[in-house]
Write a protein that binds this ligand. Structure first.
Ligand SMILES: C[S@@+](CC[C@H](N)C(=O)[O-])C[C@H]1O[C@@H](n2cnc3c(N)ncnc32)[C@H](O)[C@@H]1O
Length: 263
């Protein structure tokens, strides 16, 4: 199953699934802006409709985004008449922009879109390759535990608008760490189902994959406000540096020798 097909199909309702103006977006933008140098260069993998990238560009950062869905990139282009965000169409596990950035990040559940561990390692390798000296990689991911423990299929309803809802049916294949979600838009016409397949990974597993890609964990938070990460955290925001940068004295954001500032 191809995430490009999934997101081409979801592009028309994506704004309703994940509203553009939300406190979480403001926190995400603050976090990335504070981590990056003033007027720094930022790359988002899975930039989508630019929900995060556009407000980041409005903060004076140079923002580049990669996405595999032409329909999602078309939504971004519609909202970005001035071309504030530079985009590249393609698979972020396989391509790079050929440039380097102070901050390379991936948000929401996008790190789980590549559906094998090998592809997720390739994603981390591309992130490392595009990292400028002293730069940071940031990954947001949800805690897989509730899904890993799920028995059978679960169905929930998501409000989209006064005239439409989305029914999400979730089936977990625990042995392969895969989740199949069927998103069905119900709006009075023919119901429109779209399948999404993701592979979840544990935080410690992501750290190990990051090591394989030449990255080292420097900080982990429970959210974009910089909340402490702990047993109750439903997600994590993890910050990595190039393994080897520790020799240059950049051992933690905000620590001595860190030109990014603390988060
Ligand atoms: C959940 S959306 C997140 C969009 C945006 N970052 C946001 O927070 O709203 C995931 C995005 O990643 C893109 N995507 C998923 N896998 C990809 C891949 N391997 N290469 C490029 N884009 C990918 C999808 O097309 C989609 O636009």
């Amino acid at each position: 199953m191809d995430s490009r097909v999934t997101y081409d199909a979801l592009a028309d309702v994506y704004d309703l699934m994940y509203p553009i103006a939300s406190p979480d977006i403001a926190d995400t933008v603050d976090f990335i802006a504070k981590l990056s140098p003033d007027s720094g260069r930022v790359l988002e993998l899975g930039v989508g409709n630019g929900r995060i990238a556009l407000p980041l560009a409005e903060r004076g950062l140079t923002v580049h985004g990669i996405d595999g869905s032409e329909q999602m990139l078309a939504k971004l282009a519609d909202r970005d008449a001035d071309g504030k965000v530079v985009t590249t169409a393609g698979d972020f596990t396989a391509i790079t922009t050929g440039e380097t950035y102070d901050t390379v990040f991936i948000a929401l559940n996008t790190f789980f879109a590549p559906t094998s561990a090998d592809q997720q390692v390739e994603c981390l390798r591309r992130m490392r390759e595009q990292l400028a000296e002293g730069g940071r990689v940031v990954i947001e991911a949800f805690d897989p535990l509730p899904y890993h423990q799920q028995e059978g299929e679960k169905t929930s309803t998501r409000y989209l608008s006064p005239r439409s809802v989305m029914i999400d049916s979730t089936h977990v294949m625990r042995d392969r760490q895969l989740i199949l979600v069927i998103h069905t838009v119900v709006d009075g016409g023919e119901p429109r189902p779209t399948q999404e397949l993701i592979r979840y990974a544990w935080p410690s597993e992501i750290d190990m994959m990051a090591r394989l890609a030449g990255l080292r964990l420097v900080d982990r938070f429970g959210g974009w406000k910089g909340e402490p990460y702990g047993p109750q955290s439903q997600r994590h925001v993890s910050v990595y540096e190039a393994a080897g940068d520790e020799a240059a004295g950049t051992d933690a954001p905000g620590g001595p020798g860190d030109r990014h500032g603390s988060v």
